[in-house]
Design a protein around this ligand. Sequence first.
Ligand code: UD1
Ligand code: CA
Length: 509
Amino acid sequence: MPVPDDPSTAGSPTRTPAIAAVVVLAAGAGTRMRSELPKVLHPIAGRPLLWHALTAAGALGPRELVAVVGHGREQVAAYLDAHHPEVRQAVQDRQLGTGHAVAAALGDTVPDGVVLVTYGDVPLLTPETLRLLVDAHAEQHNAVTVLTARVPDPSGYGRIVRDAGGGVRAIVEHRDADESQRAIDEINSGVYAFDGAVLAGALPRLTAGNAAGERYLTDVVSVAVDDGRRVGAVIAPDPTETEGVNDRVQLAALARRLNDRLVRQAQLAGVTVLDPATTWLHADVRLEPDTTLLPGTSLEAGTTVATGATVGPDSTLSACRVGEGATVTRSHCIEAEIGPGATVGPWTYLRPGSVLGADSKVGAFVEVKKSTVGAGAKVPHLSYVGDAEIGPGSNIGAGVITANYDGVAKHRTVVGSEAFVGTDSTLVAPVTIGDGAYVAAGSTVTDDVAAGDLGIARGRQAGIPGWVLRKRAGTAADRAARRAGATDDPPGEHRDTADRPDSAEGACS
Ligand code: UD1
Ligand code: CA
């Protein structure tokens, strides 16, 4: 059978050419962060700076992705081993400049084809902008194409020096630049596309004869121009994409920018965000259309929110799954699963392993840990539920506590379906409350309660008639009691109320 043409490729514009390698520079000291943690491991949007750089580079599908590590190498290598096994690590022992770093990455075997260089501390760069660079590089048949930016304050950056025809002639570092060069407002972002063969030829020719005494990668430009090769530039459509992190002020500023981008993407994908300024989204949060985020909401890595759900205000969810139409109000939830239609909060703490069934309710000042709350079950107020399984339709009264810890080991509590646990009861685990069983309010339950039974485990109530009238004579209580018709009965006749037929109930609702 003939295979029909794939409509998605038919007549498509020129494709971004294959990338031989991307080299991500991440060996620098990052001194201004004043941190034990290497700069590239500082997170924004829930992921290290290096993750953002590698993810953008990886999106172009290079044959090889290389990270140059040096300063804080053990920590960076451990991170790469754990999270980016596809990345080859090249070691630059001493940071002798960006040119030296690229030489350390590629050694004597610079691949043919396009080689990209980016920085591990530039987290906002998008694959789209990298593709613009690579496409221009191919279309203009350049030996080198530099990603540049026009900025209001170019000080500190390398300046793009162009010839009369507008071609790039050289990149001059701020420290090495003269007055007229320092007036140039087009800066080098540090991101480049190179022809591999040209790069291979130029790297050994870089010298350290400059103000910093370093081997500048930027000098590949003048080497190529001197050899009569074409050097081009692409001006970044959004200069903030090329900004790097040097200190924690910039870390916060770029985190804010990235968050603005993530919130905007969510809004355009159908998420109502009432207050973008106080809504924080990690990079890999998944939000379905027609979800609503109220002010003060943070959704952290691994969180998914299904259609119709509302989260917030003032809630933090980390690695949680929120089902369709669920609501989470003023709560803190970690590695929890919140079923469709469930309601959580206000002021609920869901700890790892909390699984809430469809249409269940976990209410105010309730903490749940490693527990299942069945479909339609309710834990509405002031409870601790740990290492427990609560069956569908069961009602856990206000203040019920699972005593799951005996000081040495944790034990499980099982509550069957459609069971009723009266307020202020303590379920001393291991213990099982059967299907349809009741527990009387105020019980300390140490033995199982069988299906359909009532478990009652509390002291009996005794009444002492006229006690106030005798022992608190003359007080406001005495007067109130007398107005209500109380009389001073002879002592000794205790009124027993424990068998009142409704005394076993008393859960709040
Ligand atoms: C560099 C550019 C400059 C550009 C600026 C953009 C050079 C000579 N200059 O300057 O034109 O405007 O970036 O931010 O390239 N690194 C290593 N090993 C080293 C040196 C640096 O891995 O030996 C890494 C750093 O970790 C960093 C990146 O390379 O991620 C840039 O290094 P940095 O020292 O910040 O370069 P700048 O002087 O800012
Ligand atoms: Ca820098």
